[in-house]
Ligand binder design. Structure first.
Ligand code: SF4
Length: 337
């Protein structure tokens, strides 16, 4: 059984201009101890997918459809009565920070600037375990040491602004790991950091993952970040999963024109730093009025008539690789010839 199983998830946001269909019927899973990358441009629906899972959508957002099962528990938020919604909130409060933790892009939006690091580190332990304050402080110091913060006995008394960006992200990682969660969701955890610090933080996440056998979902716009780090990779575009496969399948056997575009930008020899994706010409679809057919149709060099009119079905390429593109279907090939 998977640790997290998401089936047919649909998430929408009500805005003054209409309904934004941010996540459009996606299904994926992650197993215990696995590292899964979710890759896509901003607005592809990757972060909203994970906010849907964690029950942390903005007030104007809602999960309209879908089944979410975490560690054997149904944590779907759809079709609930008022009383069931209350019970759902209670369950999610217990799960968040204990079994499921999140690392955000900007540590300053997560850390409370007016509270000492000590208060923020011990909080999950006091909320979710029976530890005394003294025991929680001792555990926090050990965790600070583990994530590479020097002088933890003294620095635990300091405030977030007294740490560098990289050190602040290490503190956020320490908070996330405090209760040994089964799943960590890391949303662009290194984007706000400079390149050398990025590498150190990724290495730290990797070594902690191995040590604790935690499952990790790594959300990023940059395929380069997940290279050699993930067991499997999911590619999202226009609120949909367009391709998924193992690390090797995505990097060496990708089939979807969007995945191939992302790879080209990572492998571009002119891109010496290999940190930024060369943007694919065109812009992502407007999810207020999503396309009927393939979401990538307006930017795809291989687009055919059928791509505009009909959504491409999911093609199973191997037991682990799936892709939604008409080029992989007989109808599409006939259209292409
Ligand atoms: Fe391109 Fe058509 Fe495949 Fe979409 S379905 S990626 S438009 S070829």
């Amino acid at each position: 059984m998977s640790l997290l199983d998401v089936k047919n998830l649909v998430t929408e946001f009500k805005t003054e201009d209409g309904t934004v269909q941010a996540v459009r019927n996606i299904s994926f899973h992650i197993d215990g101890g696995e590292v899964l990358g979710i890759v896509g441009e901003s607005g592809s629906g990757k972060s909203q997918t994970m906010f849907s899972v964690m029950g942390l959508l903005a007030d104007n957002g809602a999960v309209i459809n879908g089944e979410i099962v975490f560690d054997g528990k149904d944590i779907s938020s759809t079709n609930k009565t008022k009383a069931e919604k209350k019970a759902y909130e209670k369950i999610m409060q217990t799960i968040r920070g204990k079994d499921m933790a999140m690392i955000f892009q900007d540590p300053m939006t997560f850390l409370n600037p007016v509270l000492r690091i000590e208060t923020q580190l011990i909080e999950p332990l006091l909320n979710h375990t029976k530890m005394s304050k003294a025991e929680a402080k001792q555990k926090s110091i050990e965790m600070m040491e583990r994530v590479g913060i020097p002088n933890p006995q003294e620095r635990i008394r300091q405030y977030p602004h007294q740490f560098s960006g990289g050190m602040r992200q290490r503190i956020v990682i320490a908070i996330a790991l405090m209760c040994h969660p089964k799943l960590i969701i890391a949303d662009e955890p290194t984007t706000a950091l400079d390149v050398t610090i990025q590498a150190q933080v990724l290495e730290l996440i990797q070594s902690l993952q191995k040590e604790q056998n935690t499952s990790i979902i790594m959300i990023t716009h940059d395929l380069g970040v997940v290279a050699n780090m993930c067991d499997r990779i999911v590619i999202m575009y226009g609120g949909k999963i367009v391709e998924q496969g193992t690390d090797n399948e995505i990097f060496y056997e990708a089939k979807h024109p969007y995945t191939l575009g992302l790879l080209e930008s990572v492998n571009n020899p002119e891109n010496k730093e290999k940190t930024e994706l060369k943007p694919i010409p065109g812009s992502p679809p407007d999810l207020l009025h999503p396309p009927v057919g393939c979401p990538f149709v307006d930017r795809c060099e291989k687009a055919m008539k059928i791509c505009k009119d009909q959504e491409p079905p999911l093609t199973e390429i191997t037991k682990t690789q799936f892709c939604s593109c008409w080029l992989l279907q007989k109808e599409g090939m006939m259209n292409h010839e």
